[in-house]
Ligand binder design. Structure first.
Ligand SMILES: O=C(O)c1cc(=O)[nH]c(=O)n1[C@@H]1O[C@H](COP(=O)(O)O)[C@@H](O)[C@H]1O
Length: 266
């Protein structure tokens, strides 16, 4: 079954478009978990237990796992999320030349969807796009302050680079498996892009810790009700000062975000 069909079902089941970002910065993991064999896994397991009922997906960012213990923690985390019936979107922002990107695309054997970087063009994304079962979220207009440096540059046609990326992603969507990443810190661009590519679901990061616009995220992020609004630190570290009770607070934060976003869903 196509990823976006599965996501549609998941959103309906939990009545939530929340993507819970699993970005376990090691220094912020509570003290009582620090001497665990794999502190990131111990942390994630508790976060997953507390938040899965409110999670449309879990989105681990690969940056927090790129060391030998991290890979083990990520593997355990993915298996555990799947055990709870929650799809996993690996935020890896990958793409490269042919043989390298074919290797990267093998990541899709263990997760349900991935983020990719369009900068190297279609061939660099081909093995991801060819996977009919997986979701492929193409970075389009990112949430960081420097996102404008390149993505807002005007082409000779007058359109900004991010709009060209959206048009290309629409062309690349032959298997109905492509979405866009558009930051909630750019509500005007979100609105423009929704009009430009009405059928592509968006992954919208940037609410919570980055201060983006949650209402615009819901209004423009969803295509036919399907899309994802991500919060990472705002959920997983909500209970940072609560010691052993940290996960319960994360569960409450995920539930509150779900309810807040649902007020703006149709
Ligand atoms: O691809 C992403 O998910 C992403 C794109 C973007 O434009 N901005 C952005 O913040 N992200 C990711 O979304 C997550 C945001 O985390 P918080 O700011 O803690 O909610 C991080 O994993 C970022 O890498």
């Amino acid at each position: 079954m196509n990823f976006f069909d599965r996501l549609h079902d998941r959103i309906r089941t939990v009545d939530s478009v929340v993507s819970v970002g699993l970005d376990p910065e090691q220094s912020r993991i509570p003290d009582h978990l620090q001497d665990h064999d794999l502190p990131r896994w111990a942390f994630n397991r508790r976060i997953i237990d507390a938040t899965h009922e409110h999670a449309a997906v879990f989105k681990p960012n690969a940056a927090f796992y790129e060391d030998p213990d991290g890979w083990r923690a990520l593997e355990e985390t993915i298996a555990y999320a799947h055990g709870k019936g929650v799809p996993v979107l690996l935020d890896a922002k990958r793409a490269d030349i042919g043989n390298t990107t074919r290797q990267y695309a093998q990541l899709l054997e263990t997760v349900d969807a991935i983020t990719v970087n369009p900068y190297m063009g279609r061939d660099s994304l081909q093995p991801f796009l060819a996977n009919e079962e997986a979701g492929v979220f193409v970075l389009c207009r990112t949430s960081n302050p420097g996102g404008a440096d390149i993505q807002d540059l005007e082409l000779e046609t007058g359109e900004p680079v991010y709009e060209r990326v959206a048009a290309l992603a629409d062309l690349w969507n032959e298997n109905d498996n492509v979405g866009l990443v558009v930051g909630a810190t750019n509500p005007d661009e979100l609105e423009d892009l929704r009009e430009q590519v009405p059928d592509l679901p968006f992954l919208v990061p940037g609410i919570g810790a980055q201060g983006g616009d949650a209402e615009a995220a819901v209004e423009y992020g969803l295509a036919d009700g399907v899309g994802l609004i991500n919060s990472s630190r705002g959920i997983i570290f909500a209970g940072e000062n609560e010691g052993e009770g940290f996960a319960k607070v994360s569960g409450q934060a995920a539930k509150r975000l779900k309810q807040r976003l649902n007020r703006h869903r149709e």
